[in-house]
Design a protein around this ligand. Structure first.
Ligand code: NAD
Ligand code: 2HG
Length: 394
């Protein structure tokens, strides 16, 4: 039977074409989908049917998905790290330029001159008024980057090429990300040190329980008054009341962000774009292709790459059929699963088991198709969250 993929946002065709039409059905409405593919759609736990095996986010942030509930139900949530990083980096470059030069104000002013048909008079007026729109250069200024992952590291590199100094803060920096980082990036030990020393600050961290409202009144209080804050990460990272108060008190010069809210729209000291950080042809294609490939590998082989709540695990297919078993990460459960197979004289050909936090995940290749009763029995074992048979041994 064809696998059913429920799409909850518009997904690039280049990605969707990677689902073979003879083995997959794709639609934006399905009562019993095998998997969900989405972008920013806010997914409620109650909207995830029991048939769903995996969820793929074509993008980086997964705060629109109830990840804890998925983990509880044994559903891996995939994302596409780095696939849209260049698109965001380029918008941040634009944000830095909009924050340093009177581009928007100048453009708005020029629009007011529509209808002035005398070219000489137009030029005289422009030359007389342009001093209002003077800016300052980025060269030599200091950029603080909060979060030095896929996007933050590219932003740091881009700012260095503009001649800026770069300071970074990331207490959870992975070893791989540290290797990617240009050596010129100076480390800030605290957020407060970074906020107090930078002319521009750009946020590139995920929204988590620990980062919600992280940027608060205390940090706005130490910022230089000429500083500019860029937020192309998520609005929830900023304490909005504190931001509005800081703008009112002129504790920061400008806020440039991808997340409009009623309190911010229309302010002269705020520049807002409608969440278009990843809205390029290239990023949409990259994210969709990566999400689809990861989802297919999971549905067809049980392999897991780039899940935010499951361990990474890939086992080459060597024939036979495969059991994908998820359980809580406590002793003896795997032993009970294997004992059930041994009781039925089912031989294990190959096996891989890994854990991440409270989740343990096992791929077990066997040489005989197990009877349905055995799978039911396995599902009822204490601590087993899900059991899936992939393929057929016959
Ligand atoms: N505007 C957009 O359209 C758009 C597009 C892509 C991503 N994003 C947002 O940007 C975020 C980052 O994306 P990415 O691809 O760089 O992710 P990433 O996972 O590669 O990098 C995130 C970095 O943040 C760091 N971090 C975690 N907690 C931190 C903290 N308390 N302080 C400082 N750093 C911390 C992590 O260690 C990691 O290095 C995403 O989670 C998403 O919310 C927005
Ligand atoms: O899908 C999008 O347009 C936004 C994606 C972005 O917010 C992300 O977290 O990757």
């Amino acid at each position: 039977m064809a696998k059913r993929i429920l799409t909850l946002n518009q997904i690039s065709v280049l990605g969707l074409e990677r689902f073979p039409r003879d083995t997959y059905e794709i639609a934006s409405e399905f009562a019993h989908p095998d998997a969900i593919l989405l972008r920013s759609h806010k997914l409620q736990a109650t909207d995830i049917p029991d048939t769903v095996l995996g969820i793929a986010r074509a993008g980086a942030g997964v705060n629109n998905i109830p990840v804890d509930e998925c983990t509880r139900r044994g559903i891996p949530v995939f994302n596409t790290p780095g696939a849209n990083a260049n698109a965001v980096k380029e918008l941040v470059a634009a944000g830095l330029l909009l924050g340093s030069r009177g581009i928007i104000e100048g453009n708005d002013y020029v629009d007011t001159l529509a209808g002035m048909d005398d070219k000489a008079e137009l030029n005289r007026t422009l030359e007389a008024q342009k001093k209002q729109f003077k800016g300052s250069e980025l060269y030599g200024k200091r950029l603080g980057v909060v979060g030095l992952g896929a996007i933050g590291s590219l932003v740091a590199e881009m700012a260095l090429t503009l001649g800026m100094e770069v300071m970074g803060y990331d207490p959870a920096l992975s070893v791989d990300a540290a290797w990617r980082l240009p050596s010129e990036v100076r480390k800030a030990d605290t957020l407060s040190a970074l906020f107090s020393r930078c002319d521009y600050i750009s946020l590139h961290l995920p929204v988590l329980d620990t980062t919600r409202n992280l940027i608060n009144a205390e940090l706005f209080g130490v910022m230089p008054r000429h500083a500019c804050l860029l937020n192309f990460a998520r609005q929830e990272i900023i304490d909005e009341a504190a931001l509005v108060e800081a703008l009112d008190k002129k504790q920061l010069r400008k806020y440039i962000a991808d997340f409009p809210t009623p309190a911010l729209i229309g302010r002269k000291d705020v520049i807002l774009t409608p969440h278009i950080g990843a809205s390029t042809d290239e990023a949409e294609d990259n994210c969709a292709v990566m999400a689809v490939e990861q989802l297919r590998d999971f549905l067809e082989n049980g392999n897991i790459r780039n899940a935010v709540n499951f361990p990474t695990l890939q086992l080459e297919r060597v024939g036979g059929c495969r059991l994908a078993v998820t359980n809580t990460n406590v002793p003896k459960i795997l032993g009970s699963v294997l004992a059930l197979l041994a009781d039925q004289n089912i031989n294990v050909i190959d096996m891989l088991n890994k854990s991440r936090d409270e989740v343990a995940y096992n791929l077990i290749d066997i040489d005989t198709t197990p009877p349905d009763e055995l799978l039911q029995h396995m599902r009822q074992l204490d601590g087993v969250t899900s059991v899936r048979l992939i393929g057929d041994c016959s």
